[in-house]
Design a protein around this ligand. Sequence first.
Ligand SMILES: [Cu+2]
Length: 505
Amino acid sequence: MAKFTRKNAWDQGGTFDNPDLLWYAKAVGVMQSRALNDENSWWFFAAIHGEQMGGSTFPNWNTLPYPPKVPTKPLPDPVTMGKYWKQCQHQSWYFAPWHRGYLIALEEQIRQAVISLGGPEDWSLPYWNYLGPGDQYKIPPAFTEKTLPDGITPNPLFVTARYGPKGDGNIYVQIPPLSEACQGNTIYTGSNSATPKPGYGGPKTKFSHDGALSGNLENNPHNMVHVQVGGKNGLMSDPDSAGLDPIFYLHHCNIDRMWAAWNVNNHNPIDPFWLGGPALYGEREFIMPLPNNKAWVYTPAEMTSLSKLDYTYDDLAPSTAPLVEKTLSQRLTKLGVQNIETENLQDQNMDLGDNSELVGANAGQVQLDGSGAKTTVKLEASSWKNVPNSLMKASASNLPDQVYLQLENVKGTGDANILSVSVNHQLAGHVSLFGLRNASDKDGHNGGTGLTFILNITDIIDNLFINNQLDINSLDVTILPENTITAEETVTVGRVSIYREAQQL
Ligand SMILES: [Cu+2]
């Protein structure tokens, strides 16, 4: 039996009748009463994820409206900052394990504060299951109360800079585009081909405080929840302020639960560089402060078993989410192939190695304005003709190509947006810009090359082919922002490209 069980924050209606939330609120208050340079403070923990102390624009900590009143001094000594701060792993295969250790450390800090206040010794971090039934797509009401149940004490779970998907202070997530489709993936990390499939857990990277390509769990729901809950200039919308909002940890607790549920049927990487973490490359190790001035160093390998970590969830049922991508037999049937022996067919979601080929690209950089952007991808006849050919000859032994659309080097200043991408007026998917500002920073970890998004558009191409509408010269791509891009913001897409991937049995 695990010592600690993490439960649903919406128990008892997500109000302060749920003791896990009432104790969390009181303990967050204890951590917030500590100084920035105290390793056990709320502010220090937020800075472990990311921080911006100088400057005069969002998300710099001295520009944030309060509550909470966020301190920017006294700073810890430089050695301590270099050891602990700005550690969060994004656009990386380390995303899930780094955040698991981060949650364990925060939970232990909160638990000790709960105990010091006379609360239960087995207090555990609740999760916000925003994809669950009923009202759970809304933030648990305890987070929007201005006071604790006494009607006097300010509620530490309440923050001003949390604006919601419409920017009106109504906090909920929108389903769709939010989905649990990632739970249908079978591969943790895809191949490093020309279209590096990010897989469930993200691409193989070194230490990745920011990067280019999110894994599927990170992309949706994780990145979507951040920008929908935060809204423009909301704490949750930027990695450098997200850890200041108490809902952050309940969001990540749900992401952690989804990873654990995924592991019921799927495996984590066995690559030594995943298991050992970035310290194996001679880079920073994953390290967290524990109560009583202890430091805890951990590796991804140590994060793979909940029972060894002594906690569990009250609900680890694997998702029943249907795959977004059609199964191969469904696809072949749609293309008119007869006599499919499905038992001989491999899952399309398999890692098929490096056999992708660029078949076209647009003219170059596109700037998105308030109403988005339209661009035309010119197709190279010599390589593109393989796609309609493979569709025409498709059979159970001659598998048709997969087709991917890539948005390359997406750069800009504001993370709080979601783009919807269409090909010839058919929706290809949604992408969240969480992490955009850091990924565009020339002085940043990734040299400012921006974010990259890969969307599987095979089904759209199949539809065009079946309806005799597949143009052999070009495809039209439309990119629409969910929230208007204002004059002082910029979002640019470096290039829009299309890849085909030959399928081998
Ligand atoms: Cu996050």
